[in-house]
Design a protein around this ligand. Structure first.
Ligand SMILES: Cc1cc2nc3c(=O)[nH]c(=O)nc-3n(C[C@H](O)[C@H](O)[C@H](O)COP(=O)(O)OP(=O)(O)OC[C@H]3O[C@@H](n4cnc5c(N)ncnc54)[C@H](O)[C@@H]3O)c2cc1C
Length: 466
């Protein structure tokens, strides 16, 4: 018997769940408010110009095993360009290149960054030695040591390992705030440590930076096709109003245009949206739904700048110690202008600024970092504020993140909860969203499931990072 599964939300979590559900032989019905799939990781049409812009640059890493698997299933993995280097602005000098050596025999992880890290001119020898000492501690503590830091902020670890202020500003902070969308003083230490342990130190492939070569929205066209061709249904441009519950099971989803009956429901919307979809009896019956309001958001600001001349010489650039954390070279736009995208994570302090002030500040950072931009004004600019960009991985958040499926502590049997904010063990990322969708689908179908992490190198494992 083919069962119908209603999926509320067509972001990456909803797409991941839908793709695995069609593979199992069941039929998903994806209900999505917007006209296209992709959720927060998508593009929009700029009303001022009619151009397609990503709402923000989205970066994945080699360690994102489930997202990479999803892209592969969608047939779009070849649209991701991989970089083994990150470039760190250090004016007036050339940017420092931090490169993960792919000579795994000569430089097995965690030694893969050693040569390029030692060559970086933006950090003094004493700062590098302090960073090395803290990395050694991260390696030796392994996963168990990291879990012991749960509930504390990462700046505590930086203090305990006596990191100089400049090393924090120029190395630790740009990585933590970009990956976790919170500064070290607010971010749960275990998540920041996970970024360094699994993303940087465990193996040489994980730090690879993946960037889409097409607008994000184009990555999901295949998902629409796969769902429909396999007997599923897409209800795009339709909002769910409530998940119906008969006192024992969920029975389907009430939408603005009717009712979708289903054997199971996968919620793949953010926590605040799910709270609106659940009745009081449903929330009382399922302890996973009780603390939804405790999941707090953290903002990201993206700024698109267009110049008449090419200003960047590297595909991307970290701006240590500046308000703007990353710049991405997006190439030429449809009018032949050089498109630079600036990203500010953990952007609370920027949310009340108007666009003119935002552009003024970002331009100052761009001109600080890029000699070719000095004296240049952008011919066009567009800032995109995402106040609820991600959930905040603050200390204690794990207590509120619900499991994807009911567990030994209870839950409504046929209600699955997905989304980057659920208990994936990851910070708010596309990888977390993909994991949650895979886990939710597997809990219902009994097939598939979350893919394992990239294994640590033999040396990393021998040193304790396993
Ligand atoms: C500015 C910005 C930059 C980011 N940068 C990165 C990055 O570089 N790397 C990275 O890994 N992650 C990044 N992220 C995070 C990433 O986008 C998210 O973690 C991921 O997309 C979340 O996917 P999701 O499916 O869990 O949720 P969402 O993408 O939020 O999907 C939920 C979907 O549900 C729909 N919906 C809501 N309510 C209803 C309803 N009542 N009925 C029907 N549909 C509904 C929404 O329209 C949405 O499409 C960034 C996020 C933002 C905002």
């Amino acid at each position: 018997m083919r069962r119908t599964v209603a999926i509320v939300g067509g972001g990456i979590a909803g797409i991941a769940a839908a793709v695995r559900i069609v593979e199992s032989g069941d039929a998903p019905i994806v209900i999505e408010t917007r006209k296209k799939l992709g959720g927060r990781a998508t593009s929009f049409t700029d009303p001022r110009t009619g151009h397609t812009l990503d709402n923000c640059q989205h970066v994945l890493m080699g360690c994102c095993t489930n997202l990479i698997d999803l892209y592969e299933r969608l047939g779009v993995l070849d649209r991701i360009e991989w970089h083994h280097s990150s470039w760190w602005a250090n004016p007036p000098h050339e940017p420092d290149e931090m490169r993960s050596s792919q000579n795994w025999a000569l430089f097995p992880a965690p030694a893969h960054f050693t040569m390029s890290f030692l060559r970086m001119r933006g950090l003094s020898f004493a700062e590098k030695r302090a960073i090395g000492r803290a990395c050694w501690r991260l390696i030796r503590m392994g996963t168990r040591g990291r879990i012991a830091w749960r509930g504390k902020t990462f700046d505590g670890f930086l203090g305990e390992t006596r990191q100089p202020a400049r090393a924090i500003e120029r190395f630790w902070e740009p990585v933590v705030v970009s990956a976790c969308n919170l500064p070290s003083a607010a971010c749960d230490a275990s998540y920041a440590m996970q970024v360094f342990q699994e993303g940087f130190l465990a193996n040489a492939w994980s730090p690879a930076i993946g960037i889409s070569t097409v607008p994000l929205v184009e990555l999901y066209d295949a998902a629409e096709r796969i769902i429909v061709e396999h007997g599923g249904e897409l209800r795009l441009g339709e909002s769910a109003k409530g998940i119906t519950y008969d006192g024992e099971r969920v029975t389907g989803v009430a939408t603005e245009s009717g009712f979708v009956a289903a054997s199971a429901v996968v919620s793949a919307v953010p926590a605040d949206r799910l709270a609106k979809l659940c009745s009081v009896p449903l929330r009382r019956a399922d302890r996973r739904l009780r603390d939804l309001e405790k999941i707090k958001p953290s903002p990201i600001l993206g700024v698109h700048l267009f110049f008449d001349a090419k200003v960047m010489d590297t595909p991307h650039l970290v701006l240590p110690g500046r308000g703007t954390q990353w710049l991405f070279d997006k190439g030429l736009d449809e009018e032949g202008r050089s498109h630079v995208h600036a990203v500010i994570s953990g952007a609370d302090a920027w949310m009340d600024l108007d666009e003119a002030e935002i552009v003024r500040r970002v331009l100052a950072d761009v001109q600080w970092a890029l000699p070719r931009a000095k004296g240049l004004e952008p011919v066009a600019a567009r800032s995109v504020k995402e106040k609820r960009a991600t959930f905040a991985v603050e200390p204690g958040v794990d207590e509120w993140r619900p499991s994807n499926a009911p567990d030994a502590r209870g839950g409504v049997r046929n209600l699955l909860v997905a989304g980057d904010w659920t208990a994936t063990g990851w910070p708010a990322t596309m990888e977390g969203a993909a994991r949650s969708g895979y886990a939710a689908a597997a809990a219902w179908t009994g097939k598939g499931g979350v893919l394992p992490d990239v294994p640590p190198s033999w040396l990393a494992k021998a040193l304790g990072l396993g």
